[in-house]
Write a protein that binds this ligand. Structure first.
Ligand code: ATR
Length: 272
């Protein structure tokens, strides 16, 4: 019988994870079935118990990230730092280990897929919500010169900076306190979802600036359109992060790292 994996969420029909993991399995010759499970609200624990009777690993998406956290027995350092998990791994003794692969997925997309080093760079991160908390440890581990976290609610940016200050140089501020330019700008706000642009000065961009929006879509995000209009050196979106976080989960489950590039192209072509 094939090994079983799945993603749980509500809603779940929009999830690209089954398509991504099936492509990884085909590419690496791994015998597994990856399905999408629509879990009724309040039923995460029952569904996870039932799944793990035979299943080996789960991805978890909204609104069950908190439930998944509580379900786990042990946590990776990056999951602890992120305060959230997206991957559950059943270990040989039957215990459940939790990981968060979002941040490392984004860092691998930037540094490997796009050959853009973070080491030694001035990095601006926009936003201070859960998405940003999830990426800060892997970003700081790349040893940037400095990370500036800017947010509409300044206190949240300052609190994040304090929480991560033991890993590297990081400061928190409001959008009107940003002093550019920066080599890498990561948009981790949810502003793109509503077609809005965080109010940041144009002076953040210079001729060598790479801009990365953690969101993606068939069309460039509002943030990336803005960056392009200012002649940023590169504008990248979060589709590569989506595929890389999946590759990291796949690697944790199977001990095999799939090639992400062909899968990124395939998903990009299917975006409407
Ligand atoms: P997520 O899990 O996507 O990070 P979140 O925790 O709700 O979601 O965080 C959303 C982030 O986007 C926050 O940093 C939020 O700013 P506030 O902390 O001030 O709320 C930011 N955000 C959302 N809409 C925004 C907008 N229109 N302009 C600027 N920042 C915005």
């Amino acid at each position: 019988m094939s090994d079983l994996y799945a993603v749980m969420g509500n809603p779940i029909n929009h999830s690209k994870s089954p398509q991504i993991h099936s492509a990884f399995a085909e590419q690496t010759g791994q015998d597994l079935i990856y399905s999408a499970i629509l879990v009724p609200l309040e039923k995460f624990k029952e569904e996870a118990n039932s799944f793990f009777r035979n299943g080996l690993g789960l991805n978890v998406t909204v609104p069950f990230k908190e439930d998944a956290w509580q379900y786990a027995d042990t946590y990776s350092s990056r999951a602890l730092r992120a305060g959230a998990v997206n991957t559950l791994i059943k270990k040989e003794d039957g215990s459940i280990h939790a990981d968060n692969t979002d941040g490392i997925g984004m860092v691998r997309d930037i540094t490997i897929n796009h050959d853009c080093a973070i080491a030694g760079k001035r990095v601006l991160v926009l936003g201070a919500g859960g998405a940003v908390r999830g990426i800060l440890e892997p970003v700081l581990e790349e040893k940037p010169l400095e990370v500036v976290v800017a947010n509409r609610t300044v206190s949240k940016a300052q609190a994040l900076a304090i929480d991560f200050s033991d890993i590297g140089k990081i400061v928190g501020c409001g959008f009107d306190q940003i002093e550019g330019p920066f080599d890498l700008i990561i948009n981790g706000t949810s502003a793109s979802l509503s077609g809005e642009l965080p109010p940041i000065p144009t002076s953040v961009i210079h001729a060598e600036t790479t801009c990365y929006d953690m969101m993606y879509g068939a069309e460039p995000t509002v943030f990336n359109q803005w960056a392009e209009s200012l002649n940023a050196a590169a504008t990248l979106d979060g589709l590569g992060m989506l595929v890389e976080q999946a590759a990291e989960s796949f690697n944790a489950w199977r001990g095999v790292r799939p090639e992400s590039a062909p899968v990124i192209s395939r998903i990009r072509d299917s975006l409407v």
